[in-house]
Design a protein around this ligand. Structure first.
Ligand code: ASP
Length: 718
């Protein structure tokens, strides 16, 4: 390994130990280094257990209770029989997939009375971290020359080789991730469980109480939880679904502390934060605020205006579009909050001040200058890429589907034999059926109509291809859409199936003019936008790697630079505390059931509560979860979290579960770019509210019996 990296790695360790107490509460820390970097501060703030309890490779520790849920959430084990707690919004797609108009679990909730009633959720996974190892030297081996120049192809080859070797040696699934923009690498050995069953989901009036209006807001009263169970084979190992599988027996499950929390209490959030970008140069922040976020926000806003009104009009559409609507609206609102927060922080100016400080302390001006210049020079291609991606992901579904249909068509003539063609046909048939079942073409057409002009508005003129002018706008958008959605072979599953059958019979794709639009669009994206974006991105990554290395060195002992979130296991810690969102207003740290009932609005679907719930709540029968008269529902704290931390356990000073993380406040959402300890707060559902809902509202005392409840001691009762 090159000497530069050796000294850099050494300095990464030193930074933490010499610069404690600089930025309390900020940071998502690798559990591996807590002892070295954070233990003293955590103890000073109230931690009462050893770091070994939080992370240990050789003994069951809290990390063995914290699992990645699906592709992008966190979950935790709350019983010795594999019971897994996560957010309602994390289980949402799974709940939706089990729902029908006859059994609308999404709307009405679900409770498996026995284990045989639990519903296998195909495609869902839960992942345990077996161990974490630093592998920087193995990955950079022979990949960095004397001048520090990196050979990215060699780095990728080293990653691949190490993964293969580790998988063969251990039988687990290794994941290698880059930290600090390629200045460090860690290997995460994982165990991926694939038989995950749905156990309980609250009705939407609890799990989504307040819907979009309350999303990202405080005060909050959403019971954002759902419960699943991990199953393993006879050896307690991951296995695909089988009726013979058994509930997973974990190394560790979380105890539930019924003592609750009070303001000032120490808390930790253990989970898998997805992505932050805390070290962006000032011009990147400017681009994000001035162009990227406004384009994404407006595109999503236009899609939502169609989806929301369609969902209001029909219960079928409501069920069909529930997950899509939630996904789109979630980040639509997040980005609005993020931009406001960044403006309030004067983020560009603040970052420029930090850059000046960096230069004053001896940081090299060349890399920083080059980085900021690149952001300006590549702004158009970045905007083009992001806007097209946003249009394709949050806009109409048909273009994406047409593309996969087109590639199936193109494979007909290249199929080697009859068996290959039959397999292709079967797959295509299924895809056609599922697309038309999931998509309401009228709604999709309206989404296209609303979002397309917004796409055009935000795209730099140099990234608007002639083909879109000719094919889409030629005779007017309306006429184009009518042709596409009403007269082309895509107008119905039946028509498309016939087109497919005809193409298969002829041994080649049959002509269909509508396909020209999608062929032209994707060809343009793949041959013009993507290559230009990839080139700019590669240049940016190389510069960021050098800049980050310099930041770490320059600020050594002055600022504590934690690694950006990248979907790996992290611990954040902070305190239960309120905040002031604006002058003259102070938010209390806790909400209660009384507040939830006060929000009730009979005629407002987002704040509606059924009489049964109001009656049960009115009984004030909260014991043994709570002995007072007004059950706590949610609380906020100064733990640094982001998307992916959804479903993370909020643990107290003893490492016991007191809350379920599910959101941040709107004033906090800029924390992915710039954290403000004064205002950034994570939002958690109080575990006592979850227990009460499971037991007394959803009729699940049998689930409570599985859990390990720690009774409140009289001295600690809150
Ligand atoms: N509720 C958020 C999400 O769904 C979690 C967060 O970002 O804090 O992504």
């Amino acid at each position: 390994m090159h000497a530069f990296f050796r000294s850099l790695i050494l300095s990464l360790f030193l930074i933490g130990s010499s610069a404690l107490h600089l930025l309390a509460h900020e940071g998502m820390w690798l559990p591996l280094f807590l002892q070295k970097l954070n233990e003293q501060e955590m103890k000073d703030m109230g931690l009462r257990i050893g770091i070994n309890e939080i992370y240990s490779v050789n003994n069951g520790s809290l990390k063995d209770a914290v699992f990645i849920f699906g592709g992008g959430c966190t979950s935790e084990l709350i019983s010795s029989q594999g019971l897994l707690l996560t957010n309602h919004h994390c289980g949402y797609s799974a709940i939706q997939s089990h729902s029908s108009m006859a059994n609308n679990y999404l709307r009405d909730g679900f409770m498996a009375k026995t284990q045989t009633d639990e519903l296998p959720s195909q495609g869902l996974t839960a992942t345990r971290i077996v161990r974490i190892d630093e592998v920087t030297s193995a990955i950079l081996n022979e990949a960095v020359d004397q001048n520090g120049k990196r050979n990215e192809a060699q780095i990728q080859a080293n990653i691949q080789a190490l993964k293969e070797k580790t998988a063969a040696e251990t039988g687990y699934t290794p994941v290698i991730k880059s930290f600090y923009y390629g200045n460090q690498y860690f290997l995460f050995l994982t165990e991926v469980f694939t038989d995950i069953r749905m156990v309980a989901a609250p009705p939407s009036y609890i799990g989504k109480f307040g819907y979009d209006e309350d999303n990202w807001m405080w005060p909050r009263h959403t019971g954002d939880f759902s419960i699943f169970r991990i199953y393993g084979d006879a050896d307690n190992k991951p296995a695909s679904y089988s009726a013979n599988n058994k509930p997973y027996k974990p190394y560790r499950h979380l105890e539930i502390d019924l003592s609750g929390v009070k303001e000032g209490d120490f808390t930790m959030v253990y989970g898998f934060p997805g992505q932050t970008q805390e070290y962006l140069p000032s011009e990147s922040i400017r681009l994000l605020m001035d162009r990227t976020n406004p384009a994404r926000i407006e595109l999503r806003q236009s899609a939502l205006s169609v989806i929301n009104s369609a969902m209001r009009q029909s219960p079928e559409t409501q069920l069909q579009y529930a997950a899509k609507q939630s996904r789109i609206s979630n980040y639509w609102k997040k980005w609005i909050g993020e931009n406001r927060g960044l403006q309030k922080l004067n983020a560009v100016l603040q970052r420029q001040a930090m850059e000046k400080e960096f230069l004053k302390l001896g940081g090299s001006p060349e890399t920083l200058k080059a980085l900021n210049a690149l952001e300006i020079a590549s702004a158009d291609v970045q905007i083009a890429y992001e806007t097209y991606v946003e249009f394709l992901q949050s806009g109409p579904e048909l273009p994406k589907f047409m593309r996969s249909y087109l590639s199936a068509l193109e494979s007909i003539s290249s199929s080697k034999d009859k068996a290959e063609l039959e397999a292709l046909s079967l797959k295509t048939r299924q895809q056609i059926a599922s697309f038309y079942e999931k998509t309401d073409l009228k709604v999709d057409k309206a989404i296209f109509q609303e979002t397309f002009p917004v796409l055009k508005k935000h795209l730099p003129a140099s990234y608007w291809p002639e083909s879109l002018n000719a094919q889409v706008e030629g005779r007017g958008l309306q006429v184009f859409l009518q042709g596409l959605y009403e007269s082309s072979v895509f107008a119905s599953a039946k028509k498309l199936q016939a087109h497919w059958d005809k193409s298969v019979a002829a041994g080649q794709a049959q002509p269909e003019p509508a396909l020209e639009f999608v062929r032209g669009l994707y060809q343009y994206l793949l041959t013009v936008v993507q290559p230009a974006y990839t080139t700019a991105n590669a240049e940016r990554s190389a510069l960021m790697q050098g800049y980050m290395a310099q930041l770490l060195k320059t600020f050594e002992g002055k600022r504590r630079l934690y690694p950006d979130a990248n979907g790996t296991l992290r611990l954040a810690y902070g305190k239960v505390e309120g905040y002031s969102p604006r002058s003259g207003v102070r938010y209390h740290w806790q909400t209660t059931l009384r507040g939830l009932l006060e929000k009730y609005q009979k005629d407002h679907p987002d704040f509606h509560l059924p009489d049964t719930f109001i009656r049960v709540a009115g009984r004030q029968d909260f014991q043994p979860y709570y002995y007072g008269k007004d059950l706590p529902v949610a609380f906020i704290g100064s733990n640094h979290t982001t998307g992916g931390n959804s479903g993370s356990p909020v643990l107290n000073e003893y490492g016991r579960l007191v809350g379920l993380n599910f959101d941040r406040t709107w004033e906090s959402t800029m924390s992915d770019i710039m954290f403000d300890p004064e205002r950034c707060r994570n939002v958690a559902c109080d575990v006592r509210y979850i227990c009460w809902v499971v037991d007394k509202v959803m009729g699940g005392p049998h689930l409570i019996e599985e859990m390990t409840l720690i009774e409140p001691s009289s001295t600690r009762m809150r």
